[in-house]
Design a protein around this ligand. Structure first.
Ligand SMILES: [Zn+2]
Ligand SMILES: [Zn+2]
Length: 262
């Protein structure tokens, strides 16, 4: 006899390490599933009305959403809902509907999963669950890494840029440790972008706007210029250059329009 999960030959039944791993995974799910099922899956949609038009960055939001939905509900070989519910059924627990997976994980964690006649079945589903948790944790880490410059710290003694995930509702300044709502920071960003003296080519402006989480293709900026919506900077002889003002380009974005709706 060996541990049915890790096949450690030293134990005749489930080993302590695998038991702890299972409890850790269930705790992770109990902590993170509500956020995954209600917030993150929607955040990953890409468009985001009413957040001041932060706009998502180019990290392909739809595939992120699909990856979450796949791991939670859709993957035919191994999805979280099916795994937890099949496991729960072995303990006469009813299946959890979408949106209740955190609760199901909590229930499972409270059960005697390793009672002698349940060990074999728990080993199967716990192994499956572990693979899904690893997958979901990677998605979450990846989403949190995608930080943008939400705005400039409004603390007059600080004024440093504040970074947070594009969909954050608030953010803490890494320099002065003050926490600001995303709305305040976006307003500060808006003011900054409206007043900036920065200028550059279409490509350079696209990069600058991208650091503020505003995604505009250089070709879009060029088309504004060719249609006369964006005026070039003139050289000393009065000839048009290929440079434009960042503030002018910003005022043509949807982000600006959303900030100035009323
Ligand atoms: Zn083991
Ligand atoms: Zn600050």
């Amino acid at each position: 006899m060996t541990c049915p999960m890790c096949h450690n030959p030293a134990t005749p039944t489930i080993c302590d390490e695998c038991k702890h791993q299972t409890a850790r995974d269930l705790t992770w799910l109990a902590t993170n599933c509500d956020d995954l099922e209600t917030n993150r899956i929607n955040r990953a949609y890409g468009t985001h009305k009413g957040n001041g038009g932060g706009g998502r960055r180019s990290e392909a939001p739809t595939p992120v959403r699909e990856a979450i939905a796949d791991a939670l509900y859709l993957d035919r070989t191994r999805n979280l809902k099916q795994t937890l519910n099949t496991w729960a059924r072995c303990f006469n627990q009813p299946p959890a509907p979408d949106g209740c997976l955190a609760k199901q994980a909590r229930i499972l964690n409270s059960l005697d999963l390793w009672a002698p006649h349940k060990t074999a079945v728990s080993a199967i589903y716990s192994t499956e669950m572990h693979r899904i948790v690893v997958r979901l944790a990677a998605i979450v880490a990846n989403m949190d890494e995608t930080k943008i410059r939400l705005g400039t710290c409004p603390n007059p003694e600080c004024g440093k840029p504040v970074y947070a995930p594009a969909d954050a509702r608030e953010a803490t300044c890494a320099h002065c440790n003050n926490t600001w709502t995303a709305t305040i920071l976006r307003r500060a960003t808006d003011t900054e972008l409206c007043e900036t003296d920065a200028e550059g080519t279409a490509g350079e402006l696209a990069v600058m706007l991208d650091t503020f989480g505003i995604e505009i293709a250089p070709s879009t900026i060029r088309s504004w210029a060719s249609r006369g919506k964006l005026m070039p900077i003139l050289d000393k002889h009065g000839h048009a250059t290929k440079h434009y003002r960042l503030a002018d380009a910003y005022k043509l974005t949807d982000t600006y329009k959303q900030q100035h709706l009323d």
